[in-house]
Design a protein around this ligand. Sequence first.
Ligand code: ADP
Ligand code: MG
Length: 681
Amino acid sequence: MRDFALAPLFAPLTSLRGVGPALARLMARACGGERVIDLLFHLPESFIDRRTRVALREVRPGQVVTVVVEVVRIEPPANSRQPTRAVVTDGTGFAEISFFRGFPAAKLPVGGRVVVSGKADEQRRFVHPEHIVALDEAERLPPVEPVWPLTAGLFPWHLRRALPEALDRIPALAEWHDRALLAREGWPGFAAALRALHAPPAPPGPAPRRRLAYDELLAQQVAVGLVRRRVRAQPGRALIGDGHLRAAALAAFGHALTPSQTTALAEIDADLAAPTRMLRLLQGDVGSGKTLVALLAMLRAVEAGGQAALLAPTEILAQQHLRTLTRLAPVPAALLSGSVKGAARARILRRLAEGELKLVVGTHALFQEAVSYRDLVLAVIDEQHRFGVDQRLLMGRKGAATDVLVMTATPIPRTLLLTHWGEMAVSRLTDKPAGRTKVRTTLHGMATLPDLVAAVARALDGGARVYWVCPLVAESETADLAAAEARYAVLARHFGAVVGLAHGRQESPVREAALADFAAGRTRLLVATTVIEVGVDVAEASVMVVEHAERFGLAQLHQLRGRVGRGAATSFCLLLHEDGLSEAARARLLLLRDTEDGFRIADEDFRLRGSGDALGTKQSGGPGWRLADPVDDEGLLHMAGRDAAVLLDVDPELTGQRGRAVRMLLEVFESGAAIDTLQSG
Ligand code: ADP
Ligand code: MG
């Protein structure tokens, strides 16, 4: 249970005066969430300083300046394409304030003295300056203006108006940091830091942001530390199988394991066999065969007499995993997801509790309160970056000694791994299954669309199956959808019944059916949004077209491309981009064309777009950092790690004065589940 004092922070944005549902949705899009705390944690990227007044004579083009001037005269536009102009002076020179529409006549009376803040051009023209206030109301001009990341339709004044009330919601919280540390770093308190950034009386300098970054990092380090300690404190169970299920599964699979699959499996088996709990990350590029390794590990758990669960990020993937499992081994298994309801659900829950079901595959539904297991010994979590820290923790709590295996295609750098996962052991799949073909990637301008459609027609005639991935439309899921539906309509008119459509807004049975049709070859051209990004496995698909490839992250494109090249046929990935691509955008796509090395691509993405994207967190709203930057704040990260370790050594139950304050910190950063590990200890 979250502390009552924090309720105002977690209230919806609509609880703020002047914020209705529509504005709240816009804000949520920019802030990554629709609660007051999401707004508070939406920090400005930079600040405009409006305090320094300069003489007109000294105004440089392109610089934001604030000037105090007198209005000399108003010049109406000569024609409709001309602006209305106010000619102004301050005695050192003249300037013009121009408006193409909405000239604020009341604010610019001839002879009036006004404060103007904005950017001037070479001719010393202020075109639509951001602020004009009468001199005797100059205090209404914000001295320093935060520049927040926005989204279409959201304006700075929306945030400026909502923030004071949001800031006032911050309850009085006991300081969770060491006083000596604060003094040494010159850091303000939590609320003061947020104030200094969102409503700054002066440019804030680095201290407030670093303070907040440290809050976030410490919360995470303490959460990880708590879980780790609990895992260590509880003995695991030695799981040893006789190998009969696994041997049968491998025979049914029909291929030998790759060398790195063999190694990874041996490492996992050793963990399973040891009387301690496993916490292991299985890392491997798209298509490296992680799923097979995980399924074989699950079969070992069953051989040892226990149950195993596989948590997938989407229902589509869960179903796919279940199909693979049932094909490989004759073991009672079921799917549990949000869409399994009523009697069917009750039956699955009963069979899980009684231990009759040995394997379960599903989504978040797997770790809800109501689900209990007879003897859950292994939890596998697929594509971890889609799940929050809390959720991962919950999964490990379903069994007394549940081993946890996390699979990810994200090539998380070593230092980040340590900090996200603590001392997690890592197995890496470094080679790809034999028989996977190289995907030939080519770039095409939008003007060549008709040729591309002709090429797709030839491929379909030759029996190929084709993914057509629709453009990512910046900042709007609805627009993404519209783009997909429009493309579907065009292609369906062209190709007829072989065209299918799959997107995230479909009812899941509809989407499942679309994917199943494609997998079975009933449709052969699948128009899709990025719902196919994660893990969809149709070996016969050999062509992928990505529209507006320049709008996707490189890592995401790589992930998408991994959907083809899974079978024997030579595969193609056609990246369709807008005409007149910038040099930089072209360079990114060329890199993708020229390499299939996921690590290199991720490195490049990391360099180009910042680390949050490489972790896949900015895009997916996962458990990434909101206030800290894993690269810039690496020093703070190590500090937080040591700080957390010392704290937990002296106060492992977090009951001392600082410990109690730190509990609050964990709740502010939504790692409260880590605290529960203390109770359920
Ligand atoms: P990942 O989960 O790492 O993206 P998958 O487990 O989905 O990769 O494997 C990609 C494809 O390769 C699947 O079709 C899978 O059946 C196949 N595969 C996995 N391991 C092998 C292997 N050792 N030999 C041949 N094919 C394999
Ligand atoms: Mg996968």
